[in-house]
Design a protein around this ligand. Structure first.
Ligand SMILES: [Zn+2]
Ligand SMILES: [Zn+2]
Length: 931
């Protein structure tokens, strides 16, 4: 058993990791030479402002009174500079956003997982190419670009990480801190000779990272007064900073200013995914080298932003986020960041046409060079007869275009030169993408081969050990062929040799060689397959086909529910009909009725809006009261059952009820205190953490009698869940548990129909550490339904309260009872636990179902894994790395969710087993009684 688990876990981890090798790999190559425009640049210095988490619409739109929130910036748009929307990529997080702005490339998704503060890969940035850079802001962001600074030319000044407190009175302090320090810096520079001489040089960047808006958006949402006020403050301070700088340099007209944001934010205060609210950020540039506003009468855009913002007559120039880096590089005349894939928006430049054409030429050469390096790398790593080059951009074509562009520039046909260079850039970028995804098909087919092999193997294991199908087959045929192992070894050696010649990375060996042992294991079981096929043939074909169709339909509903939550509702309504089409209805009317009732109740949740967008603390309190009511019923029944009035069990129940009461008080108190901006009271924090810690222990103290233990688990998890709730989702685990409770009874009833005779009374069943394997019976069709129910309930547990389409975006307001200082890992862990609680409840109920129906947990578990693997395979094909960024983000997270569900299931199963079977006793007494 342990071997299977280990093997299954390994296989799934490999499949899981494979998407990062197949779809999302680092785009970086190394070995290019720096290129810069060989003409004097228009600016000597550049000031870059990045307002973290600032949404384009919140900056550009007018408020209810028709006034701008940012009068200074609006004045710049109308009288001084160029503007537009900067479109960002997923993941819309701070790190990749800043890398795109400052280094000009889009970090792959895996970089986010690899760490925030450390650079997973070495990359070149604009700041690195400057003579001097001074930067102010959050330590996390500044450290990214200052790391590896050899010449000591990037200076950082940042506040303490612990001051990023979401609950504090006024997080705009994060911004005023930056502005004050910048003003102080320029003031002090006047009396500091060495600093003064540095400041008077060229190729200088000042980088101001403004975290206040992001923090306010997370804490209060972007529609709040706080968010708007923060924008106003930034705008006002920008004006002062501009004046300070201009004054410092005696209005020499050699300073360029760029204002933008790393990402936007959803209405509910999160970012990470690809919603337009997250990917549209403002971009405003003015000062030296930047074109003055262009008045236009009509502009063509797909959206209606211009009308909403009343900016129809000022030319809007949208850019991609990575285009900012080459623009800034051209403005101050430093080499373009080596890995930049940005294209200079030449229309924004207020320079000679020659400068524009030369900059574009440099841009083309710089991107072409990356293409060449990438091609050489791929060519070297592939056998020559297997290599298919990118046909649209051959060596001669590159040379031709470059020669022609040079010729145009010489002939002063600058516009033609720019167009030609842009064409070359397009081709080079397409070529880069081509080589970047060169191995994709090959790797993907290997992974699919392995996946299908694993599913077949798991099915064979179930069939082999738990069905009487194969017992008739004689044991003589057990050794299919002696040649089989040799064949597989030979194939393996051949594949390994091929990979070795091509100097493939070690992960390729894993993907290519893993299917071999799996398929060997499958083919070894040929007699079982033969036996299974003969049994299948005895079925009536239409009956068999009907079951198959039903199964496929079930899996499809599950897959669709990832895209449309209402499919869960449809599924639950279908479940409600289950007792009606079976004899259950006549035999157990009351259980059937409650089953139908709770199915319908649970079916409501997927129809509600995603959690956290409309907080309602009274629903949380209400859910707490409902739990208390329920536990009162249970307690009275406990008292009735026992003759002695006070015993351990009763004390435990009362303690758990107390913790529910405490949770409700803490949630209410914290909510009130945060509304009054008094931060999180320390007492509440202590109580919250205590409840969380105790919730792991208290279930283990209760007697392992089936329903007592389950109820104790429910109470313990509810007390934590309440603390982590902000709205209606607090009711979700409660309804889910009720349905699970009825499910256990329903499954018990179905047993009476089938041949299994040894039915125990449910209330007397105890969770035991080792289920006696001899009690296990063969599998029936009913067991496939049970496995399917479990998967369906697990998916419902996850999507029931919200489609967490992006693993990155979360609503921090749900952890406010525990902490308010931004700490991604603690917050992530708490939110993870909140997501896991419904899973744990379902798994514990399933544990009970296994017990009452005397199933072998191993084969049932394999069935469950098989169903979710089929879903995972489905999502593997649905992964996209093109199209809208929303699609990409969603497709990744679907695969991530379904794969981690499978992997988690192993852990959850262990956790559920522990929660249900382990028994701690107080005062070292053995467990008191068995009812
Ligand atoms: Zn950010
Ligand atoms: Zn943020």
């Amino acid at each position: 058993m342990l071997l299977y688990v280990a093997l299954g876990l390994l296989v799934h981890l490999v499949f899981f990791a494979s998407i990062f090798d197949i779809y999302f790999t680092s785009p970086l190559v190394h070995g290019m030479t720096p290129r810069f425009t060989p003409l004097p640049p228009p600016a000597k210095r550049l000031m870059l402002f990045v307002a973290d988490g600032l949404r384009a619409d919140k900056l550009y739109e007018l408020d209810e009174d028709g006034n701008s929130r940012a009068p200074f910036l609006r004045n710049v748009i109308m009288n001084e500079g160029s503007w537009g929307i900067s479109h960002t990529h997923v993941p819309t997080e701070s790190r990749p956003g800043h890398v795109a702005i400052i280094a000009g490339f889009y970090e792959d998704v895996s970089a986010v997982a690899k760490g925030w503060k450390e650079n997973p890969v070495e990359f070149d940035s604009l700041l690195n190419e400057t003579r001097y850079t001074w930067s102010w802001g959050s330590p996390d962001i500044l450290a990214m670009f200052a790391k590896g600074d050899s010449g000591n030319h990037i200076f950082t000044d940042s506040y303490d990480a612990s001051s990023e407190d979401f609950g504090a009175h006024d997080v705009t302090k994060l911004d005023t801190w930056v502005f004050d320090h910048v003003k102080e810096f320029f003031h002090a520079a006047r009396n500091n000779q060495s600093l003064l001489s540095k400041l008077n040089g060229d190729r200088i960047v000042f980088f101001l990272h403004l975290l206040g808006i992001d923090t306010n958006g997370h804490a209060h949402r972007p529609t709040s007064r706080e968010y708007s006020d923060n924008i106003k403050l930034v705008d006002k301070e920008l004006k002062e900073i501009e004046a300070t700088v201009k004054d410092f340099y005696g209005n020499d007209g050699k300073t360029a200013f760029v204002f933008t944001a790393d990402h936007g934010m959803t209405d509910w205060g999160s970012h990470g995914a690809g919603h337009p609210l997250e990917t549209c950020t403002p971009f405003i540039a003015w000062g030296a080298g930047i074109r003055l506003p262009q008045k236009v009468s009509a502009q063509n855009f797909d959206d209606s932003y211009l009308q909403e913002w009343k900016l129809e007559n000022w030319k809007r120039q949208d850019i991609n986020q990575a285009d900012v880096a080459p623009l800034m590089a051209a403005l101050i005349g430093v080499p373009f960041p080596l890995n930049s894939v940005g294209i200079i928006p030449v229309d924004m430049l207020n320079t000679s046409d020659l400068f524009k054409a030369e900059s574009m030429f440099t841009n083309a050469v710089q991107i072409l060079e990356q293409f060449k390096v990438k091609m050489t790398q791929k060519k070297e790593a592939t056998l020559s007869f297997l290599f298919t080059p990118f046909k649209s951009l051959s060596d001669t074509k590159q040379a031709n275009i470059l020669r022609k562009a040079r010729y145009y520039i010489k002939q002063k046909k600058y516009d033609e030169a720019v167009l030609l260079c842009r064409e070359l850039i397009d081709l080079a970028l397409r070529g880069l993408a081509y080589y970047h995804t060169y191995d994709r098909l090959f790797l993907a087919s290997n992974v699919v081969l392995g996946f299908v092999g694993w599913i077949s193997y798991a099915s064979l294991l179930i069939i082999k050990s738990h069905c009487n199908l194969t017992r008739g087959v004689s044991t003589e045929a057990k050794n299919p062929s002696r040649l089989l192992p040799y064949t597989f070894v030979a194939i393996g050696l051949f594949v390994a040799l091929l990979l070795l010649i091509q100097a493939c990375p070690w992960t390729y060996y894993v993907y290519c060689l893993l299917p071999l042992p799996i398929w060997y294991a499958v083919l070894r079981e040929i007699p079982v397959i033969q036996g299974f096929v003969t049994v299948l043939l005895t079925f009536r074909p239409w009956c068999f086909l009907g079951y198959l169709l039903l199964f496929i339909l079930g899996v499809e509903v599950l897959v669709l529910s990832f895209f449309y939550r209402y499919m869960l509702t449809a599924g639950l309504v279908a479940f409600a009909a289950w007792p009606l089409i079976t004899p259950l209805w006549t035999r157990a009317k009351r259980t059937s009725l409650s089953w139908i009732l709770f199915c319908f109740l649970l079916a409501v949740f997927p129809l509600l809006p995603v959690v956290g967008r409309e907080p309602d603390i009274f629903l949380v309190v209400g859910a707490g009261l409902l739990v208390l009511l329920l536990s009162l019923f249970v307690v009275t029944s406990v008292i009735k059952r026992n003759d002695s009035f006070i015993n351990e069990e009763l004390v435990l129940h009362l303690l758990q009820m107390l913790s529910i009461v405490l949770s409700v008080c803490v949630v209410y108190g914290t909510h009130k205190s945060l509304l009054e901006k008094q931060g999180l009271p320390l007492l509440n924090q202590i109580v919250s953490w205590t409840i969380l810690a105790s919730s792991f222990v208290t279930p283990l103290l209760s007697p392992p009698v089936l329903f007592d233990r389950l109820f104790s688990i429910l109470l313990a998890s509810m007390s934590t869940y309440l603390l982590l709730s902000t709205g209606y989702e607090a009711l979700f685990p409660l309804v889910l548990s009720c349905l699970m409770f009825v499910w256990i009874h329903m499954e018990q009833e179905t047993l009476q129909q089938s041949v299994v005779s040894c039915k125990q009374k449910v209330s007397t069943i105890q969770f035991a550490c080792n289920t006696d394997m001899t009690q296990c019976r063969d599998l029936y069709l009913d067991d496939i339904r049970r496995a399917f129910f479990l998967v369906f309930f697990l998916v419902t547990a996850f999507f029931g309260t919200g489609n967490i389409a992006s693993v990155n975006s979360f609503d921090p307001s749900s952890v406010y009872c525990f902490l308010t200082v931004f700490s991604p890992f603690k917050m992530g862990a708490l939110i993870m636990w909140k997501i896991l609680i419904p899973f744990v409840l379902v798994m514990c109920a399933f544990e009970a179902v296994q017990l009452t129906t005397q199933l072998s947990s191993k084969s049932l578990f394999l069935m469950v894994i098989n169903i979710s693997d089929i879903m995972a395979l489905h999502f593997f094909f649905l992964i996209k790395d093109y199209g809208s960024w929303l699609d990409i983000g969603t497709s990744i997270s679907h695969y991530v969710i379904v794969m981690s569900m499978t992997i988690f299931m192993v852990f959850l199963n262990c956790l559920a087993q522990m929660l249900t079977t382990k028994k701690l006793s107080l005062c070292g007494r053995p467990k008191s009684h068995i009812t």
